[in-house]
Design a protein around this ligand. Structure first.
Ligand code: THU
Length: 140
């Protein structure tokens, strides 16, 4: 995967973050998920007055993608931070989102890019973020 493609994903995650619905936490997150067929699915966090039904940006992107026929993914960029300003710190996916990614992504190859407002990022494989995992393979 090229550096410019990674930067495009980070840029799209930051753009998706502008749509975050986060009136309760004030913490706004965006994600951009690259499918193997080249499509990019974006997502933002969508909170709820009952708190529990809230959805993270990463899962919004995954569920959008799967519901449109994409199941093979290469990478996801995530950008999050409090308030409206562009984030100056990295936000990593929560444990629930890591597990959801594990359902569809090859852990040793799938890249998770943690982006900041200055278009820099840190990158990890999913296996690094969720070692010793439970996956569909356990049920085979
Ligand atoms: N959140 C995400 O959308 N993704 C993450 O990786 C971490 C947390 C959301 C959930 C909630 O709406 C807000 O950030 C504060 O936890």
């Amino acid at each position: 995967m090229t550096e410019s493609k990674k930067k495009e994903l980070v840029r799209m995650a930051l753009e998706a973050r502008t749509f975050a619905y986060a009136p309760y936490s004030g913490f706004r997150v965006g994600a951009a998920l690259l499918a193997k067929d080249g499509r990019i699915f974006t997502g933002c966090n969508v909170e709820n007055a009952a708190y529990g039904p809230s959805n993270c940006a990463e899962r919004t992107a995954v569920f959008k993608a799967v519901s449109e026929g994409a199941r093979d993914f290469t990478a996801i960029a995530v950008a999050g931070g409090a308030g409206e300003d562009a984030p100056d710190r990295y936000t990593a996916p929560c444990g629930v989102c890591r597990q959801v990614l594990m359902e569809f992504c090859a852990p040793e190859r799938f890249l998770v890019l943690l982006g900041k407002g200055d278009l820099t990022w840190e990158e990890y494989t999913l296996a690094e973020l969720l070692p010793v995992s439970f996956s569909p393979q356990n049920l085979q």
